[in-house]
Write a new protein. Structure first.
Length: 372
């Protein structure tokens, strides 16, 4: 099978990691797999390191005629069976190019759970209804939003995002308490996420006073960076000094597998979330999770099995959920074991790759039958 994967991002986040996992998985299964990305992007560098062939040229602009023409030329030359788009701009560019080339199934991955109509002056209504052969949603929640927005349920398959559990094996240990100058008895509560609006770390900051009252030795670590860091620091500055001392901004960390193993509880206070692979990372490290009951999160954070769900935008409920796990180590350990078992059984990169391949093969078989 010949597949082209288009990702227009110049940075590296969860969606890019999922693109790479899939492309690498297909390549190592013997399928001809190419990744199209901007020049100098992390995607190109990381894909080549995995042995995946890359094509790089400027993909600026959602309606870039030059890019569309170049992609169409590439599609005609290689005669791809599948053109798979992994970002919003890739969606527009890739579908237009594949249509122009008259070659390849047009597949779009949808990883977010907000409406396609969230921007009033958007062309989403057109691009989502026309030119796409099939959508791959990363959770039931994402599929539901697409259906509510008028996309036919027959055009959507669910393939959960997955992680590589072996990435967390044999990692060097890290002593965050010593490194960050925290008391040895500190109970570490961590949130690993980009500082974006939908991650809503401000609600975790607001939960600190109530959490400190319940568990005085608790320390909250915000691990990451992003464009809202200044706003989050302003939010933290409004806390009383004694509460502010229980919060640490660690900055970006390149050793997340090691960091996760030194935490006591993982927290994700999002207000929107397609699925959240950061939670999967925490679960495979046997960390109990407290998270907002939004989007696809309830599909992986299962009360009584893998973690605790709380209402979004509710600092008191967030504090209560965290405290309940810090104060009951046996329950926390039981949930952690359940989380690891669930991930290994259902949410691995192999499961994602095999599920995606099954979608490709089903659609190609259907297309061949229709043309006979």
């Amino acid at each position: 099978m010949k597949t082209l994967h288009i990702n227009t991002e110049r940075t590296w986040r969860g969606g890019e990691q999922q693109t790479l996992y899939l492309a690498s998985g297909l390549h190592h299964r013997g399928h001809l797999t190419h990744v199209l990305c901007p020049p100098g992007s992390p995607m190109g560098e990381k894909a080549r390191a995995e042995g995946v062939e890359t094509v790089e040229f400027s993909l600026r602009g959602e309606l870039n005629p030059l890019a569309i023409g170049r992609i169409a030329k590439l599609i005609r030359k290689v005669r791809y069976d599948v053109v798979h788009m992994h970002t919003s701009h890739a969606h527009t560019l890739g579908c237009a190019a594949a249509t122009l080339a008259g070659q390849g199934l047009r597949i779009v991955s949808r990883r977010v759970d907000f409406s396609i109509y969230r921007h009033k002056l958007s062309v989403s209504g057109l691009k989502y209804r026309y030119g796409v052969d099939h959508y791959i949603a990363i959770s039931q929640a994402v599929r539901n939003v697409l259906v509510e927005d008028g996309i036919s349920a027959q055009k959507i398959s669910i393939v959960y995002s997955g992680i590589d559990p072996t990435r967390f094996d044999s990692q060097p240990s890290v002593d965050l308490r010593t490194e960050l100058g925290l008391p040895r008895e500190s109970r570490l509560v961590g949130c690993v996420a980009h500082f974006g609006w939908h991650k809503a770390q401000e609600y975790l900051i607001r939960a600190i006073p109530a959490l400190r009252r319940r568990v005085p030795e608790a320390r909250v670590l915000l691990i990451g960076h992003g464009d809202r860091e200044e706003l989050l620091r302003e939010e933290a500055a409004q806390l009383p000094a004694e509460d502010r001392a229980h919060l640490v901004f660690t900055g970006f960390r390149g050793d997340i597998p090691s960091v996760l193993r030194d935490l006591d509880v993982f927290v994700m206070p999002s207000v929107l979330e397609g699925l959240c692979t950061s939670i999967l990372d925490a679960l495979v490290c046997e960390l109990p999770v407290v998270a907002s009951a939004v989007g696809g999160i309830p599909e992986i954070v299962r009360p009584g099995e893998t973690g605790v769900l709380v209402p979004p935008k509710d600092p008191e409920a967030l504090a209560d959920g965290i405290a309940s796990l810090l104060l009951d180590s046996a329950e926390a350990e039981r949930l952690g074991r359940g989380g690891r078992q669930m991930v290994q059984a259902q949410f691995t990169t192999d499961a994602t790759c095999e599920g995606t391949l099954a979608v490709y093969e089903r659609l190609m078989s259907r297309s061949a039958s229709a043309s006979e």
